[in-house]
Design a protein around this ligand. Structure first.
Ligand code: PFF
Length: 487
């Protein structure tokens, strides 16, 4: 089915909005093993911004950002994140999109097109989604479990202390929900119906944003949240450390789908007449706005319910799953039940669309590298995701003993991709642009249609500040991991 889509693109120049699925087809296209096809493009700037924001907004904003903010000191994490978003985030996103549009290629080929010796960076970028997809799907399974709980009228039980822990430590439950989640994503990818999913998401994603705003307003008016709001919004500089920066940087890459080649692929589908710089501003504002809002919805409530200690509430990754049911419970059995079912249904949908785009990316890499059919590649990715996800799914129960320094298996995959591989990929991307091909190649691409307002800033950041800071952050965190010093 997918191939039909691709062929459709060949004959139809005025391709409609290219969604994630067709964008990632380029992996196969670029390899030259398929007949030459014209690349599709987004219908315009709005189409591009919506599609890129669609990839960016997901569990990273709603689940991951609030728990990291709670863990790393609230306001100080928020401030660090915002500073990084307008500096590192802006520069890297603009660089990746311009790189994609310039080369007309997805990550796996974009680097090698400009310099053969740098093909390895495309491969590194390709490995990252392979690591993320399985554990992303485990969390997707958790959302599925909560949705099922609410839809079957057991919402009040979900608000009980211990509900989350007994679920994730069960020997089979996280596995079953994970497997169902991956299977749904797999079926969508296999039958090539992502376009339909994308269409529905244009209604459901704004619905999620509206519901989040509503719940946020409600939680902020609950008695006793003032302290929690202060904790989240006012930075406490005593809590600042290199760990805060590393966590915020990893979160930035994850949330904005950076340093894993996704934005390069999106860029390759952007029209030459559309403005890159202003599009990046819009995607950033959208993605960061939803993350900040989710924090505001969850952290003050968590702060109140945990008696002023959000760091320990829900043991990190469980924050959303522990705090929100308690908020919903205050609406009573019926009201809270409906609200919970609606909320988790929308989050489940957002998680599925992101998982589908991640899976689509991985399938395209397999097609490209091993020259297999789409069906075979999808099956391999499905089986591989199921296998790789098992340790993460069971890491809070049966395999709980396998933790290192208090990190569960899921935390380890998360740490490996977000705090190790993505910073390395981002560092190499900066070196590639700043010193191998030269900033001009990128800035000229951005200047194709108008002035690049932040050109000087971009050059200085890409050549000096980003690489130096990333090296400093990485070295410090590695040294501290080996116990050389404590940060
Ligand atoms: N940026 C997504 C999030 O914040 O949930 C995660 C993600 C989705 C990364 C899709 C990459 C991707 F292709």
């Amino acid at each position: 089915m997918k191939d039909e889509n691709a062929n459709g693109m060949q004959t139809n120049d005025a391709v409609e909005n290219v969604d994630v699925s067709s964008a990632t087809e380029s992996y196969a296209e670029q390899n030259g093993n398929t007949t030459k096809k014209k690349r599709g493009s987004f219908t315009g700037k709005i189409g591009f911004v919506l599609a890129a924001a669609g990839s960016a907004v997901g569990l990273g904003n709603i689940w991951r950002f609030p728990y990291l903010a709670a863990k790393y000191g609230g306001g100080i994490f928020l401030l660090t994140y915002i500073v990084l978003a307008v500096t590192f985030g802006f520069v890297l996103m603009i660089a990746e999109i311009a790189l994609g549009r310039k080369t007309g290629s997805s990550a796996i080929n974009a680097f090698s097109k400009l310099n053969k010796k740098w093909a390895f960076l495309g491969v590194l970028c390709a490995i990252i989604p392979i690591i993320i997809l399985p554990y992303y799907s485990v969390i997707g399974g958790w959302v599925g479990k909560y949705f099922t709980t609410y839809i079957t009228g057991q919402g009040m039980a979900a608000a009980n202390e211990g509900y989350f822990n007994s679920f994730i430590s069960s020997p089979w439950q996280p596995l079953v929900f994970f497997a169902v989640f991956v299977t749904i994503a797999f079926l969508v990818v296999l039958f090539g119906v992502e376009k339909g999913v994308e269409k529905v998401s244009k209604i459901l994603m704004p619905a999620l944003v509206l519901l989040t705003i509503g719940v946020t307003i409600y939680t902020l008016t609950m008695p006793g949240t003032a302290e929690g709001i202060k904790y989240y919004l006012l930075p406490d500089f005593k809590k600042f450390s290199v760990k805060t920066v590393l966590a915020a940087l990893g979160q930035l890459f994850y949330s904005m789908s950076l340093a894993m080649g996704i934005m390069i692929t999106y860029g390759s589908y952007m029209k030459k007449q559309d403005k890159i710089e202003s599009s990046v501003h819009q995607i950033e504002v959208f993605d960061t706005g939803i993350a900040i809002l989710s924090g505001l919805m969850i952290i003050p409530a968590a702060y109140t319910f945990s008696g002023g200690n959000p760091e320990t509430l829900g043991q990190g990754p469980g924050l959303m799953f522990v705090a929100l049911p308690q908020v919903f419970a205050t609406f009573g059995k019926v009201g809270g039940g409906i609200l919970g079912a609606l909320f988790f249904a929308l989050v489940l949908f957002a998680a599925l669309t992101s998982a589908i785009s991640l899976m689509e990316t991985v399938v395209s890499i397999v097609i490209d590298k091993f020259h297999l059919s789409r069906k075979k590649s999808s099956l391999i990715v499905y089986a591989g995701t199921l296998l790789l996800g098992i340790p993460s799914a069971l890491g809070f129960g049966v395999l709980g003993k396998l933790s290192i320094k208090g990190m569960t298996i899921l935390d380890m995959f998360d740490f490996l991709s977000n705090s190790v591989l993505m910073p390395i990929a981002a560092l190499l991307t900066c070196i590639f642009i700043g010193y191998i091909i030269g900033c001009r190649q990128i800035t000229e691409e951005i200047e194709l249609n108008g002035r690049f307002k932040f050109k000087k800033f971009f050059n200085v950041m890409i050549k000096y500040i980003c690489p130096i800071c990333i090296v400093a952050i990485l070295v410090t965190s590695i040294l501290s991991a080996f116990g050389v010093f404590n940060i």
